[in-house]
Design a protein around this ligand. Structure first.
Ligand code: ASP
Length: 336
């Protein structure tokens, strides 16, 4: 029998109806079998751990990610897989951050949540938890990745973005197909899943918070970038550009960006599009960015780019190495 550790961080999924008042309140993880007795039928042992306090995922930050990564490290040898219950709002950021913090992963870490609380009749949380645990405990396919399971699909976590605040199909992975689909059977796409490594686990314990995301838009002003340039200790910037990595070509904009880069800030270019990639040589508007020293984020999501920047700047100090790491796929976050 496989051993699974189920970690409850907070979010909509954990809300159940109070028997007396009828109001929704966070559930007690110790009572998971009372809420979902069907879990006893899964062929695995499930231990639980609940965050104290549990948090809405809007309150996720670097400190919590480091605690989560270190908690998994402490418990790594005792379990065959980990399932994390998490709010959907920042789930893609958490999945991306954990993927970078945990190197040489050889077991599944599956993050899931729900659009409707577990205590509601039509909840999607029930199926999401059951399938996540079933996948984490499966004997068929090894999944040495940080994944998100949602709406019957298993995704590489650092490829996802939350795209829907209404329907159950909340996550999208525009540049990589899902790793598995749940129907009558669970069909795994083994050729997409990362290969297992025999190298020993390495969990990093630093993330740099001195980073910003700047989204290019038609009303962007030079004052905007000047203000960013004045942020104390700024070390990294994710530049969300148009299409295949394009930004305005006007001199004011380029000059203020150049000033930021000359201060030593690493600027990583990702596209605002939900699929496709940055190719800075394609148009004049992108080529100029390349000339200035902007680094291509290729087909990384904004969530992956931000957390990767935090990881790289936090753990590596050599400028050349930082650039190389940002450009290279470390955990399958960039297509080869
Ligand atoms: N605000 C909630 C959270 O992200 C929404 C959810 O769980 O879906 O924690």
């Amino acid at each position: 029998m496989k051993n699974i550790l189920l970690i409850y961080t907070g979010g909509t999924i954990g809300m159940v109806k109070d028997d007396k008042t009828g109001a929704l309140r966070p559930f007690d993880m110790q009572k998971i079998y009372e809420v979902l007795p069907i879990l006893r039928k899964l062929n695995c042992n499930i231990d639980t751990f609940q965050f104290n306090p549990i948090i809405d995922s809007s309150d996720m930050n670097a400190e919590v990610w480091l605690k989560l990564a270190s908690y998994i490290k402490q418990n790594y040898s005792n379990y065959d897989g980990f399932v994390i219950l998490h709010g959907t709002d920042t789930m893609s950021y958490t999945a991306s951050a954990l993927s970078f913090l945990i190197e040489n992963l050889s077991k599944p870490i599956i993050i899931t949540g729900s659009q409707l609380p577990l205590g509601m009749i039509r909840t999607d949380g029930r199926d999401n938890i059951i399938s996540s645990i079933e996948i984490a405990a499966n004997n068929e396919v090894e999944i040495p990745e940080v994944c998100i399971f949602f709406d019957n699909k298993l995704f590489r976590g650092n490829r996802t973005t939350k795209i829907n605040a209404e329907y159950f199909e909340a996550f999208y992975s525009g540049n990589l197909p899902s790793l598995a689909k749940v129907g009558i059977n669970i069909s795994y796409k083994q050729h997409i899943i990362l290969p297992k490594t025999s190298l020993s686990l390495k969990v990093y314990d630093k993330l740099c918070n001195n980073v910003v995301i700047a989204k290019i838009h038609p009303a962007i002003s030079k004052e905007y970038f000047e203000a960013i340039g004045k942020i104390e200790n700024l070390q990294g910037m994710i530049l969300e550009t148009y299409g295949s990595g394009n930004a305005p070509t006007n001199k004011d904009f380029l000059y203020s960006l150049e000033k930021i880069i000359n201060k030593g800030v690493k600027v990583l270019n990702v596209t605002q599009c939900k699929a496709g990639k940055v190719e800075m040589g394609h148009y004049e508007a992108g080529y100029t960015l390349k000339e200035l020293g902007v680094i291509s984020g290729k087909d990384m999501t904004t969530e992956a780019a931000l957390t990767k920047m935090m990881f790289v700047l936090g753990n590596f100090s050599n400028q050349q190495e930082q650039k190389l790491l940002l450009e290279t796929s470390l955990r399958g976050e960039i297509s080869m």
